[in-house]
Design a protein around this ligand. Structure first.
Ligand SMILES: [Zn+2]
Ligand SMILES: [Zn+2]
Length: 286
């Protein structure tokens, strides 16, 4: 998941595609992206089955880029990112537009509920444990993707500045997940993740500066309200990853809703009309 989505341009292009952009010119007009980067991203998104290229005219050849089932199912994660950035991050270059729910017409916020019992879930009601294919070693693969990190710098701090500090970096993401499951001490974080101390402390400094983590008197790292509010992004990202990149051994992470005791699958509902949200019903003002 981090390989595919740890790049802000990728998320922004998919988001625009979900909102109706199809042609090269649509993306170029809607995003402050260079032609070279847009061309490269459209090619890699097509290769990863996140967009499909469709030639709608020949001579001269004209193509459009359409969402696939794989990218269409990213809407819960993108909606959760949008909500978190809108609510908790104040230093956007331009304010994020309001989200509107087509069904009720209202400006809304997504509420994360449990599909099994349909109740809203609090962050302390989700219990995470490793599944058959899960471990820090397997889930935080030690890859070094130069193309991705170059693109990340180029696209940094556009619409999702702080989200990218979490999901744009595999160590940062793992670190935040570790704090969600209750690992709080520097030495424990380092031992669990197996990362160099400098790597851990650099990520902890960023999260502390962003107000996602705080340290208490005993030197333990704890999630702030803002940090805990990131949970919907983590669980929707995980749901997407496990759906589209399943492991033959079984899931990497198993989530339980302690409120009802059942396996937790996130379901987003509209806070205005309480109806379950569907991707095509989530709109943003232009
Ligand atoms: Zn439940
Ligand atoms: Zn609604």
């Amino acid at each position: 998941m981090l390989e595919r989505l740890g790049d802000e341009w990728t998320l922004l292009i998919i988001q625009r595609a979900l909102l109706g952009a199809t042609r090269y010119g649509d993306f170029a007009a809607q995003l402050p992206i260079s032609h070279a980067v847009l061309t490269a991203r459209l090619r890699s998104l097509t290769g990863e089955d996140l967009l499909v290229r469709h030639e709608y005219r020949t001579n001269p050849s004209r193509s459009e880029y359409l969402v696939t089932p794989r990218s269409r199912s990213l809407w819960p994660m993108l909606t959760s990112i949008w909500e978190w950035e809108r609510r908790w991050v104040s230093d956007h270059v331009q304010p994020l537009p309001t989200m509107r729910h087509r069904e009720c017409g209202a400006a809304f916020a997504p509420v994360t509920t449990c599909r099994a019992c349909t109740k809203p879930v609090a962050d302390n009601e989700i219990q995470a444990s490793w599944g058959p294919s899960g471990s820090w070693e397997r889930s935080v693969p030690a890859t070094n993707n130069r193309r991705r990190s170059a693109g990340r710098r180029a696209g940094a701090a556009l619409l999702f500045p702080q989200t990218m500090s979490v999901i744009g970096d595999r160590w940062a993401f793992a670190l935040l997940v570790a704090t969600f499951v209750g690992i709080a001490r520097f030495t424990d974080l380092q031992a669990q993740l197996g990362a160099p101390p400098g790597t851990i402390s650099a990520r902890l400094s960023v999260f502390t500066a962003e107000g996602i983590l705080v340290t208490d008197d005993d030197g333990r790292y704890r999630l702030t309200d803002k940090g805990r509010a990131f949970l919907p992004v983590l669980v929707t990202a995980l749901q997407w990853a496990q759906r589209w990149y399943p492991d033959a051994d079984g899931p990497a992470v198993v989530l339980t809703h302690t409120g009802c005791g059942q396996r937790f699958v996130p379901m987003l509902v509209c806070d205005q009309c309480a109806a379950p949200l569907r991707g095509p019903d989530v709109l943003t003002a232009p």
